[in-house]
Ligand binder design. Sequence first.
Ligand SMILES: *[C@@H]1O[C@H](CO)[C@@H](O)[C@H](O)[C@H]1NC(C)=O
Length: 363
Amino acid sequence: MRCVSWLLLGTCLLVLGPAVQGAPSQCPTLCHCHGDLQHVICDGVGLKKIPRVSEATRLLNLQRNNLGGIPTGAFSDSKGLISLHMQHCQLREIGSQAFKGLKKLIYLYLSNNEISSIKPGAFEDLAELTYLYLDGNQISDLAKGIFSPMINLFILQLNDNKLRELRQGTFAGAKDLRWLHMSGNELTTLQPGSLDDVENLAILHLDRNKMSVYPSAAMSKLRVVEELTLGRNPMRNIPDNAFQSFGRYMEKLHLDGMGLEKFSDGAFTGVTAVKSLHLDNNKLKLLPKSLEFGTITNLTISNNPWSCTCQLAPLRRWMDSSRNRPDAVCASPPSQKGKQVRESPAFSGCRVKGKRAKKGTRH
Ligand SMILES: *[C@@H]1O[C@H](CO)[C@@H](O)[C@H](O)[C@H]1NC(C)=O
């Protein structure tokens, strides 16, 4: 739980660190400093290059300066840094050994730059890094093993870049990664094996990409995914056993806005814990038998051409017993067209599968 408390307390904790002896004495020009130079704040002050700070400094905030790049050795005197903020610095490239010497760094913020290239060895020395923010850049490719120094990496933010595919070995070494955010990229495939190194992922965001086929092979190595977002990928079908390897853990599943037409019958095999399911804005007519409604508390299914026939009766029974009565309109058969699923009389004659067996033993 160390990571979670770091996240919640954020930079407040940095103040608590012991002061380092023999620190150079001056706050860099244009910056302001607190606590014996432990925090050096240079937010939007027009810096053109990275100021040198001593080993005493734990937090260095350089955001909103036009820095353009990170020269090799830029942080070689800054061995005490725990948190480095370089958002909005117009960085275009992360060179090899850019962060050399930052062996204590835990937080690295590189969001909203113009980074298109991360050279092999860029993250050397970052063995303590736990939170890496690279969202809002132009990254199209990640070299094999690029994250391998980061044996403690917990959160990796790569939303809104230009990633096209994930290959085997991309996350080699990052065995503790728990949250991986890759929404808003151009991913067409996750190659088989590409997620093998991060089998403990709990949160995986892949919405707003270009996958037209569910990446079954890559996903099948994940074991404990609690939250998966795939919305707004142009995927027409979800295959059998799509979520099986982590189905006992998955609580949130987002499959909205995909043009989804069909689930294979066994698409939800092994899914036993889902609470929040989002299927709105698709082309679904029916739901598969493998979907069990028992654990669901939050369902969104509007804007689908629902076929109000007995195969959809489990949905209606769930609606009748749930406080959550989501918007869902029948598109067929013609007699039900335009009616809400929750009000349609189409289900009254449907036989409840297994009901006889369950009668009298309801819990
Ligand atoms: C249902 O889930 C959606 C999407 O995650 C969320 O915005 C909404 O607040 C949830 N509603 C409830 C009642 O939990």
